[in-house]
Design a protein around this ligand. Sequence first.
Ligand SMILES: [Zn+2]
Length: 575
Amino acid sequence: MVKFDDSFSNARVEELHAAEEERLIQSTAPQLGFPYINLKNTTIDPDAVAAISESDSRGAHAVGFQLNKQTLSVAVQNPNLPATQQLFERLQKQKYIVVLYMCSSASLEHGWKRYQDIVGTSAETKGVLSVDTEKTLALMAEIKQKSDVSKRLGSIVTNNNSGRISETISLIFAGALSLNASDIHIEPEEQAVRLRYRLDGVLQDIADLDSNIHKRLMSRLKLLSGMILNVKAEAQDGRFTFQVGDRDVEIRSSVIPGAVGESIVMRLLDPSVASFDMASIDLNPHIEAVLREQLKRPNGLIITTGPTGSGKTTALYSFLREINDEGKKIITIENPVEYKLDGIIHTQTDDGYTFAQGLRAILRQDPDVIMVGEIRDKEVAETALHAAQTGHLVFSTLHTNSAIAGFTRLIDLGVNPQVMGASINIIIGQRLVRVLCNKCKSPYQASENELNFIKEVMSEHPYPKTISTPTTLFRAVGCPVCAGTGFKGRVGVYEGVVMDEAVEEVVVRDPRETAIEEVAKAQKIPTLLQDGLDKVLSGITSIPELERVIEFPHKIEQDTVINSGGSADFESHIV
Ligand SMILES: [Zn+2]
């Protein structure tokens, strides 16, 4: 007598059933006009799988398996299923040329398993990078300097498993967070892919990534950012969130095409880092006193100036926070909104919505305080000045090299100098200089030429100090604490010109920078260079670092080798 084992028979039935389905699909496909495919015998391209999200793929009983430029080959069980049809429409909207194949449910199951390789340990949705928190926190604790990132990348490369992309991405982000990077740059070159971090405002080489993983890495990051995967010849912008522990880091990403492949830059916007209070932006007491007076006024225009990355927006945010209270309506128009402050309405420009349009729309919202991200043209300048004259406190930025150049820039944009007196409160100039690492900075005696330069600048300081001879300055060295850069953190240096009667008069009569500078001296606010040298003299930063961000009136002559105080700075962090 033959005895049946139930489990055996069930498995056997399933097997027979699967074989039958496979044969059925194989024979029906040509009748319906579709090629048949068995994914178990096919090389599946992870890019093709990633082109469709896992939930869409499962919902539509479909799986992408080949991607060649715009052409995406998709295997489906039933082309006539409504969910399947909807997926095709979506893919076509994303500019894919879809080629359909028919496959069995066993093939689908086989294809869906590939999502594990792509998304790593957990289900991933577009816009959120989910990582193993404990592992990432452990990694972050281990990464002390730049070389730790490249060392660990090396060990991932040898460990050739399917989670390699996930591990690489986790490591890139863990490293960026540990080293306090503001931006991550991934740039393909002929031989390798360059990974760089921006640390305290300066780009630093971190490691070379394996060229073989570049394509998959880009697909993954583009997918996360909500970008279209198969568009590779156009620039795209996106964003996603990276969660680790109780930190929520917003990432703003931007991809551009290049000769060797696509480059991506990811900016880390970590709200836990940004406190935006006036105490944290390092105003010197002279300008802080002046600014606090200006912030009490109910109307007028407050402008910060400086190149990109000089901390203008951070300064404006801290001013907004300072004056923010329940009785005020504060609206911003920015490009883009980087941080959201409680109690403040943030709006953003886009392709069809300019600063000028945004500003006009804001004015209809009965605001008390307005922040306009940047004054770039006559229309925005005039609207902002008009708003400032009609009972609004207005904050904005100008892309100029000094506070004084702010006045001439507005005139160049076509603003009538006659109205500037009644609408501008103060123009501030600012830069961020890197702070020497306290663990490794090294003292040296200022050379004669450095000393002469310092004395020359500081003799004009509104609150002169005696400069002793010899004077000790500090230079950058580099150690594990500062990721080998010699610097840790940044500090603001500032200057400002208040619109008083003398400035108002000269702006109308003779708006040359030298003329404005002359009358502004009476306000006794140190210049950028004086504020900066104050910080050099107190050992906060170095002469070469200051020269990196502020144009000196003339070069400091090089002395003998012993005293070439500054140049070591730069060599130390190139290594
Ligand atoms: Zn150090």
